[in-house]
Design a protein around this ligand. Structure first.
Ligand code: G4P
Length: 288
């Protein structure tokens, strides 16, 4: 994460988004499909007020599809339309314009009744760092847009990117801070790569991640690293048991140090790399 969030930064980020809200019809709120809670800004409702909103669950290619489907239902129950997408491959990105139109249907119909021809919908993408905002903007623009968010001290004119004939997108996304409420949330953000490993200890992140995987996705671990036996649910309460699995992973991945001992730091990095690249399988860290 390039930005360390302090109260001053948060206030500035909020102000910048509030300024942009005046220019747009719709907010596209980008969340990480694997962690829709931890990747959601805690003040989002206060910041966006009643601006029409479309929620996108990005990186759906890395998330457990069954869990993602449950999230879509949960958002619908909250009155929010949520669409799982994969900005890097472009999967479902073509649905963004029709879904946005649906979201703004009433306003557009009212305009038509008054004889006003609605102009292209204007939208702003918002989300925490690393959630895929730039990737999505480039994907929707169909080309590479250099700008990646607001930089302190750099003012630049707002530019609109045409997405077909029906939508215009602000070229600079709104950058929001994630939740930081407790350690578990921090670990989920770190496990998915939303915050840099330097902020939390990599072995700690890998430890909690391994424990989570043993609880929720044991077969994926077993298969990927060709492990014979995994600890039982009760044994997971003993930290040594979890560390033993990390060591087994390290051995499989060739993370050894002098004397043939497993280098736990390297093993942790290897495990997290496998997880973040999807090589372990499709994994969600939060359920509705
Ligand atoms: P940001 O503007 O919100 O900060 O995020 P950005 O687009 O820079 O994306 C952050 C990382 O997430 C990038 O990987 C990007 O490729 C990846 N990403 C974005 N959308 C998706 C998606 O739908 N699925 C998957 N699997 N990954 C996605 P990176 O490792 O930082 O860079 P690179 O691998 O693209 O070089």
């Amino acid at each position: 994460m390039s930005v360390q969030w302090f109260p001053g930064h948060m206030a500035k980020a909020r102000r910048q988004i509030e300024e942009k809200l005046k220019l747009i019809d719709l907010v596209i709120e980008l969340l990480d499909a694997r962690i829709p809670l931890a990747s959601r800004n805690p003040m989002i409702d206060q910041i966006l007020k009643n601006k029409p909103r479309l929620v996108l669950l990005n990186k759906a290619d890395l998330a457990d599809p069954e869990v993602t489907a449950r999230w879509v239902e949960a958002f619908a129950q909250d009155g929010l339309s949520a669409l799982p997408i994969d900005a890097s491959s472009g999967k479902e990105v073509a649905q963004i314009v029709p879904k946005s139109k649906e979201r703004l249907k009433e306003k557009r119909e009212a305009q038509l009744r008054k004889g006003i021809n609605p102009r292209a919908m204007r939208a702003l993408i918002v989300g925490i760092p690393n959630v895929g905002k730039s990737t999505l903007i480039n994907r929707m623009a169909g080309r590479s847009i250099a700008a990646t968010g607001d930089r302190p001290g750099v003012t630049k004119a707002q530019a609109w990117i045409k997405v077909g004939t029906e939508m215009e997108l602000l070229d600079t996304p709104g950058i929001l801070w994630p939740k930081f409420e407790d350690e578990q949330v921090g670990i989920r953000l770190a496990a998915t790569g939303a915050i840099k490993d330097e902020i939390l200890n990599v072995e700690d992140i890998a430890f909690h991640t391994t424990k989570y995987l043993l609880e929720h996705y044991p077969d994926m671990l077993k298969e990927r690293y060709d492990l014979d036996e995994l600890p039982t649910v009760e044994q997971l309460e003993e930290p040594d048991q979890v560390v033993a699995v990390m060591e087994a992973v390290g051995r499989r991945r060739g993370c050894l140090q002098a004397g043939g001992m497993v280098n736990l730091e390297k093993a942790s990095q290897a495990l997290l790399r496998d997880l973040r690249s999807g090589r372990l399988g499709r994994i969600s860290f939060e359920t509705p």
